[in-house]
Write a protein that binds this ligand. Structure first.
Ligand code: ADP
Ligand code: C5P
Ligand code: MG
Length: 241
């Protein structure tokens, strides 16, 4: 992974004269700009020209709307790296990451974990990947999440998928998911649905107003739903090929 993300600290700690001009730039650049600059610089250096500008799709929808299921299919067909915010948080709990007790309590309550925690986990996952195209699933969950991402990462998504599913269907799916999740019970689901309506729908509205949202009817078979998803990505073939 020769072109993996160079962290700001790496830029800032180097001392060569070439680096010092990079350093000055790094102070003005955010994470995403540095990430992109690093990729492009390497490409100009004569390294393989397969390196691409990063491409980000946010994948949104209520609990059980099928985000994770469709992400798996997008990965298979289009080679994205799938970053589920919920999975990253659950992994943080199981690996006893800092704040793990707070994260567990928040998930049990169906509430939203403070943005700086989640954005940091996403940032680390991007940094440790050698891919340039990312599905960020279940994030941003709130305007606070969205603003933190844009501030810390310094980028907007290229596209936003919104899996639109009736509540009754979401409840049915979550109750039969059977993955042993602490939040897949009827009491927490009710809370998660309220949080989705109150906090996540405004994010979808925000990106709709910017013409970024692709609304998918999330009722039907997994394959039928994917046939609505596929053309969204083929329309961006040039950027993600
Ligand atoms: P999310 O990530 O949005 O919470 P998942 O992809 O985990 O949703 O799906 C929730 C549950 O519903 C899983 O058990 C999954 O197998 C099932 N599921 C996903 N898509 C469909 C579908 N189109 N029809 C019926 N069940 C589905
Ligand atoms: O997306 P998923 O259903 O896996 O999320 C599970 C839980 O993780 C959410 O109900 C919420 O408590 C937490 N979460 C969060 N912030 C996110 C994504 C998930 O707090 N951006
Ligand atoms: Mg999921």
């Amino acid at each position: 992974m020769w072109w993996r993300v160079a962290s700001l600290s790496r830029f800032i700690s180097t001392t060569s004269s070439r680096s010092s001009s990079v350093n000055q730039a790094a102070y003005r650049l955010n994470f995403w700009q540095v990430y992109t600059t690093e990729i492009l610089t390497r490409a100009k250096d004569g390294r393989p020209s397969t390196v691409k500008t990063p491409f980000v799709a946010f994948v949104l929808g209520g609990p059980g709307s099928g985000k994770g299921t469709q992400c798996t299919k997008i990965v298979e067909s289009f080679g994205f790296t799938h970053l589920s915010a919920g999975d990253l948080l659950r992994h943080a709990i199981s690996s006893n990451y800092e704040n793990s007790a707070m994260i567990l309590d928040t998930i049990k309550e169906g509430k939203i974990v403070p943005s700086e925690v989640t954005v940091k986990l996403i940032q680390r996952a991007i940094e440790s990947s050698d891919n340039y195209k990312f599905l960020i699933d279940g994030f941003p969950r709130s305007e606070e999440n969205r603003i933190a991402f844009e501030k810390i990462i310094g980028a907007e998504p290229n596209i936003v998928l919104f899996f639109d599913c009736p509540e009754e269907e979401m409840v049915k799916r979550v109750l039969s998911r059977n993955e042993g999740r602490v939040d897949d019970n009827i009491d927490t689901i009710k809370k998660r649905l309220k949080v989705f309506a109150a906090l996540n729908l405004p994010v979808i509205k925000h990106y709709s107003e910017r013409g970024k949202v692709h609304k998918i009817n999330a009722v039907g078979t997994v394959d039928d739903i994917f046939e609505q998803v596929r053309p969204v990505f083929t329309a961006h073939e040039k950027e993600i090929e």
